[in-house]
Design a protein around this ligand. Sequence first.
Ligand SMILES: *[C@@H]1O[C@H](CO)[C@@H](O)[C@H](O)[C@H]1NC(C)=O
Ligand SMILES: *[C@@H]1O[C@H](CO)[C@@H](O)[C@H](O)[C@H]1NC(C)=O
Length: 541
Amino acid sequence: MKQLILFALVFASLVLSADPPKPTYSNKYHTEFIFSLPYAGLNEPYVVDFDETKSRENINIYNGLVRNLYLYDATNDARYEIIITQDKQSCFKNPVDHLTPPKEAKSLTPVIPDLTDWTYTGAKVRRGIQCNYWSYQDTQYNTTSYYEFYAEVNSNQPVQYWMTGVDVVFGSHYDEYILDYYVFQDKTVDESAFVVPDVCKKPETEIPHVFGRNVVQFKNLFPKSINKKANSRFDRFMSQFGKKYDSREEYLSRKNIFENNMKKIEEHNSQNKGYSMKMNKYADLSFDEFRSLYLLPTIDAEKHEQLSQNLWEPETLYSLPETFDWRKYGAVSPIKDQATCGSCYAFSVIGALEGQHFLSHGKLLEFSEQNVIDCMWNAPHKSWGCDGSEQWKVFDGLMNLGGIMSEEDYPYLGVTGYCGFDKTKKAATIHSYYNVSNDEQIVMQALYQMGPLAVSYDVVSSNVYYSGGYYEDDTCSKTSLNHAVLMVGWGNYQGDPTKPYWLIKNSWSTHWGDEGYMYISRKNNDCGFTSQVTYPILNRD
Ligand SMILES: *[C@@H]1O[C@H](CO)[C@@H](O)[C@H](O)[C@H]1NC(C)=O
Ligand SMILES: *[C@@H]1O[C@H](CO)[C@@H](O)[C@H](O)[C@H]1NC(C)=O
């Protein structure tokens, strides 16, 4: 009997200790992986040399199309960002990001998570490889994020990292991120990766705008260890989102902004205004800061109408239905995601072109936003790739370029690249474009008669947090516009004539708003939706 108990104990402890050893990796490694954003349809090849022992890291994306080189050792003290702009390679030294404190900007970003608090979950096959996996989950403001890490059973080599949760760009909607590791060499780096390239010997001095050059900070994709002792909700927020501030003053001023934002959201949600708002990781930014980081430089739409040579005029005024939706006719492609690139204007333009192509050919063909981002440098009115533009400038630019390629032939990268436009592969050519008056009735006629329209508006903070319902906000501007979208319909929300809406297609994935769409007030040109309306005309070829 005694023996049996002993056996049972030994057996139980064997079972208990049967978890495979947790993988641990050093703070120096070379790895090659594919970073996938399934919602954006992006698969970005990365090569990373990470070396915390010497405070240096090289992140290479798309075979060098985008590079981030961190060198914080005794002889250097710089971060270089090497990107394509104006169709050539350019290097920026210590690019300023006003919102990241200097200390944080200097910190390297690991591309393998620290598994300390993770739990062994089981064995599973990933990419045909037998793996053990560990998981972790955390909940921030009623949204749970899930994390999984897969390692090969025998060697513990990393195979895959998977996360679904609050997105790292806006922090407002759900997203999914996957890293598929194909090469991993621990304790070793490629020394040649840390050689400062020639293009950085004469770095650029002029920086167009802060957007778009940001490389994804992988550390933001990994769970932060939660400070369980934090007692104020601001301290909990800091620990959940891995926030650090340089001084006591900054801490206090951020805390103040945070409390104000929380109050606004709580007040809003308690008033039952018809749409709901959610807290996210930008809760410590004032809206002006958010705007300067994530939106277009403001466009002044005041003169759109006066500056137009040939404003669109309806030849016939049709009697219009109470609701209208171009999606029902098949003129609108699925929701896309601009990811971390300031390319909203390209999505707006392409949406309008896709609508025109559908109307003239009876079938939907997706056109290339990347073609727009890469190729507007010689346009009569220059665009700035991932740093923004306006739709009418692009219509002009595409006429100049000689056409637009399909999404299939010129897929989206989410960063500015070299212009790869090939005339022999053009999918359509643009004849001209129209500006439309800001008169609501005329805009409705144009939408009804001509197809989906490229429009702009003023994003204010409540809109960033929008997660469905009828949206109305009288604090936004009618003339200072900072975001471009596609107008595809109108109606009365839930049939209520006091809630007339425009149906708007956004480019922030299906996880923002109402499956990527928004029902926004159609009263008094709220937020400037009719201030800068345009649409293109295609050549019949
Ligand atoms: C989380 O959900 C609960 C219950 O639905 C609600 O009372 C609370 O206000 C929510 N918190 C936030 C920050 O949204
Ligand atoms: C369209 O409007 C813009 C101002 O927003 C103006 O500069 C441009 O010339 C107009 N284009 C046409 C064809 O009227």
